[in-house]
Write a protein that binds this ligand. Structure first.
Ligand SMILES: [Zn+2]
Ligand SMILES: [Zn+2]
Length: 275
């Protein structure tokens, strides 16, 4: 299983020399495994670069699957710029949460990609889309076993656990830490992350920032690491970096790698992890 980070930022893309090392695109990760369709985790601006890479190495129309955590811009904004879908025979199957007002995931995405905020609607693109609602579910995508669980954030949000063979990845991109700053672990999050080979987890705030923005839907790197250790994850990629976080600041993040047996590292755009 190859896990590649195409976008590791939260909130909004950023650009320039201060963020060049870890990258400025928003949430998008691909999982590729022999004989399976490519699996995409979120559709942030990093998706555009996955699309470019895909086209240079694959002559056939794309047939891929996307697991989307929620509808915030930083998780869907790459979709209209995903060039492999602008082709006859291309197909993208998407999973994501139903909205609190009853709208399906399909209705929410269709409503986000249309006039006046974007000139083209989904059904005008040449490829085909197939949408599924998820909440607390278990399902198969090709030979991948997928588990989705609700995760505390702002608005309907899920995380995913992806398993194939004896390898597993949990993807929890946006996670509201308890408002008092404590390390309580929701049951659903534990189910997603327990004993995984790799946990990809929100780490947007420093402790000082969390104190000022505690209800903004995110958590600290310390909280993410505690989740990984409590769930006996073999490794954790600190993900969803604040757009104001510079490379120097990320390099200076204390990584608590000492005694737990969980390897902690910082997600970097372009990096591939082999499991
Ligand atoms: Zn986000
Ligand atoms: Zn969000």
């Amino acid at each position: 299983m190859q896990v590649t980070f195409h976008g590791v930022r939260g909130s909004t893309p950023c650009h320039g020399p201060l963020t060049a090392k870890y990258g400025g695109n928003t949430a998008c990760v691909s999982i590729q495994s022999e004989g399976q369709r490519p699996l995409l985790l979120d559709l942030g601006t990093g998706l555009r670069y996955f699309g470019q890479m895909y086209k240079t190495t694959n002559p056939d129309p794309i047939d891929a699957v996307a697991l989307v955590t929620h509808m915030h811009w930083d998780h869907i904004q790459g979709l209209p710029f995903f060039s492999p879908i602008i082709r006859d025979g291309a197909r993208l199957e998407l999973y994501g949460p139903r909205q609190d007002d009853g709208r399906t995931f399909f209705e929410a995405v269709s409503n986000a990609i249309r006039q006046p905020t974007f000139p083209v609607e989904l059904h005008d693109l040449r490829g085909k889309f197939e949408f599924h609602d998820v909440e607390n579910d278990s399902f198969m995508v090709d030979d991948f076993h997928i588990t989705s669980r609700s995760v505390p954030h702002n608005g309907p949000t899920v995380g995913y656990r992806i398993e194939i063979g004896n390898k597993s990845v949990a993807y929890i991109s946006d996670h509201q830490q308890p408002l008092d700053g404590s390390f309580a672990l929701p049951d659903g999050v534990r189910e997603l992350a327990e004993d995984v080979d790799l946990l990809i987890h929100d780490s947007q705030f420093t402790a000082t920032e969390f104190a000022a923005k505690s209800n903004w839907g995110h958590c600290t790197a310390e909280f993410a690491t505690q989740i990984a250790i409590a769930c006996r994850a073999k490794s954790i990629a600190l993900f969803h970096h604040d757009p104001d976080r510079t490379d120097a600041e990320l390099d200076a993040t204390p990584l608590c790698n000492s005694t737990s047996g969980t390897r902690v590292f910082i997600a970097q755009e372009g990096a591939t992890i082999s499991l």
